[in-house]
Design a protein around this ligand. Sequence first.
Ligand SMILES: C[S@@+](CC[C@H](N)C(=O)[O-])C[C@H]1O[C@@H](n2cnc3c(N)ncnc32)[C@H](O)[C@@H]1O
Length: 225
Amino acid sequence: MTPVSASLRPVRVTRRAVYGLFRGAGFPMKLYPRLKFRMCPILRIEAYVPDGCDILDLGCGNGLFTAILKLGSPDRKIIGIDLDARKITAARRFLGKLRGVDFRLGNVVSAPYPKTGACTIIDVLYLLPVETQNAILKKCAGALPSGGTLILKEMDLAPRWKYAWNAVQETISVKIVGFTLGSRFHFRGREDYAATLAGLGFDVEIIPLHRGYAYSHILYVARKK
Ligand SMILES: C[S@@+](CC[C@H](N)C(=O)[O-])C[C@H]1O[C@@H](n2cnc3c(N)ncnc32)[C@H](O)[C@@H]1O
């Protein structure tokens, strides 16, 4: 397993490679990666995930980040879990051809987590109450070995204008368009997440990713002690 470095590796997955996977998909599925790339440096996040280990992608949605993980290191074995049957069906349809990738319909709160080298949670926890978030993080800690990595991407509460803009956009996405399942938002600040992860036995690196974007993206690279 390649350890995560504090310094960022170069981005190695291209947008073009991702678009290629979704060739033949309908309009919404083709649109999603294009929107996500505009709004979030998701390709940069892949560079923090260790190579050559099993990965649990919790709340994988339609499998975009799962696919990016696979493109970044083809020997990764990845299980993607999501609650939304439409998204899992789409992920299986267009990304099911990727070897070593398994999309499962399930609730990450109640689903058992197999032992794994890394867990990734990208833009999911804000949809769940704080106690539920903490229970999921605890399950991740239980599934990871010493040295295992948890990659958590959320929105920070600062810069305030970026956080406010994100709240407007999420309201449209979740409550008006219904693009994502959920009803309330539970955003938390970096001190809160860092303390929670430290309490679960992780060393935490906090990486603000909002530069050049209108959203307060923040990444937590947590390595289990
Ligand atoms: C904003 S989307 C992010 C999807 C994906 N991680 C990405 O970055 O493209 C949030 C996802 O979390 C999923 N989700 C929310 N609560 C969940 C739960 N309890 N169990 C599994 N998935 C959940 C939603 O269905 C949705 O697909």
